[in-house]
Design a protein around this ligand. Sequence first.
Ligand SMILES: Cc1cc2nc3c(=O)[nH]c(=O)nc-3n(C[C@H](O)[C@H](O)[C@H](O)COP(=O)(O)OP(=O)(O)OC[C@H]3O[C@@H](n4cnc5c(N)ncnc54)[C@H](O)[C@@H]3O)c2cc1C
Length: 461
Amino acid sequence: MIVVGGGISGLTAAWRLRGDAEVTVLEGGPRIGGKLRTGTLAGAPVDEGAESLMALRPEAVRLAQDVGLGAELCDPAPAPTTLWSDGALRPLPQGHVMGIPTEPDALAGTGLLSEEGAARLRHEEALPAEALTEDVSVAEYLGGRLGQEAVDRLVEPLLGGVYAGRPDRLSLRAALPRVAAVAERGEPLLSALRRMRTPRGAAQGPRVVPVQGLRGGTGRLPRAVAEASGARILTGTRARELQRTAAGRWRVLAVTSDGPLLMEADAVVLAVPAYEAAELLRPHAPLADADLGAIQHASTAVVTMAFPRTKALARGDALPEGNGFLVPAVDGHTIKAATFLSNKWRWQSEAAPDVFLLRTSIGRVCEEHRLDVPDRHLVRSSVIELHQALGSIGEPVAARVTRWERGLPQYGVGHKERVARVREAVGKLSGIQLCGAAYEGVGVAACVSTGTGAARALTEG
Ligand SMILES: Cc1cc2nc3c(=O)[nH]c(=O)nc-3n(C[C@H](O)[C@H](O)[C@H](O)COP(=O)(O)OP(=O)(O)OC[C@H]3O[C@@H](n4cnc5c(N)ncnc54)[C@H](O)[C@@H]3O)c2cc1C
């Protein structure tokens, strides 16, 4: 079997197929892992793409355990989700669901919303709730129930962090399924979310850790999965065309630096971004091609920087506290998030004790112009805004810019229906499976789940 795409989705599929088939993974880039990539800065490993694995759902953490990395999983330092909003760092009260505060009174004194905005939010429980019958945008539903200010200042920064997306375009069903379920039942939102939340008594039990990291970086995961899969991995090998043979098998035409490569297999897993899958499927499933091609993607950049600790302390500068902050788009800043890696991950500060490592993220969908500048401008804008948010933290001694062009698929209104149509069209092509971030979730855990699903569909028929 052939897996096209050596990101975590494709590698999971290859690993799941071990023992059932001989698998070759074709990876267009110079290395496997896709958005799980660990580089080096100031002599320390740093994640340049995903830096955490969802732990509330099991797939990614379990995969790490299955491939021998269980002892390397680690928890982030506890810290509240914090917003750099309206000129100050403001922690979100506990118990929010993607920024939606389930206890509106807890917002008092935080400065996160104006008085009118907070009053509008509190009014939600008094609003009539009609059952939602079709998908709408996050902003349409939440704006109607909580007010636009709550959407702009509380929900958008969290969605921006995960999807680099805009609430007026993201699908409620796909981006906020728990909220959509409440909406579809026609219940008032805040009281329903309060009931769904972890019960109060759980505060005395073990801390629920929503995400975990990997000591040494999440880039270790794809490498370990590839090794455990026993698959043949061909990097620098980009699939260009998919052909059906007279015998009903699949032929993949790939390009390499040594020239073209033709390979044949009974089945092919396409574990590539939607726009690449669209190209490959065009001659075979035109309907799927159209739907896949319509999935928009956001480009982002990650700017990782190392600030000298001793100099900062000697000058009396305070190093940042907490794990970082998110930034509402309405405030018009360049950065949309900052992650204080040295605080968040203990292994990270141990790996580079002399510097304080942090990273900023830049770029949401429709904000490509912000990335249309040289790397050094992205570093400079980041430093200027970090100083605005945190006070003086000195100047970085090292910086690294990683650009993720069309890196995050956007789940627009109707996404679930679109994916269902794609899966139906592709289901008619025997021996082709799709997996990846474009379908049932952009997070690593969701990607692992689609990789597992693709392998299972091929082995179980
Ligand atoms: C900056 C950033 C930060 C993120 N942070 C987190 C996080 O903290 N936690 C989390 O859970 N998720 C995070 N995500 C999301 C998550 O990392 C990705 O959605 C996930 O890793 C995607 O995996 P994938 O295998 O589906 O796709 P990819 O990682 O994109 O892999 C696809 C692979 O296919 C290759 N390819 C493409 N076309 C071809 C072709 N024609 N032939 C051969 N190979 C091809 C590509 O080179 C690539 O290696 C983040 C994403 C980004 C961009």
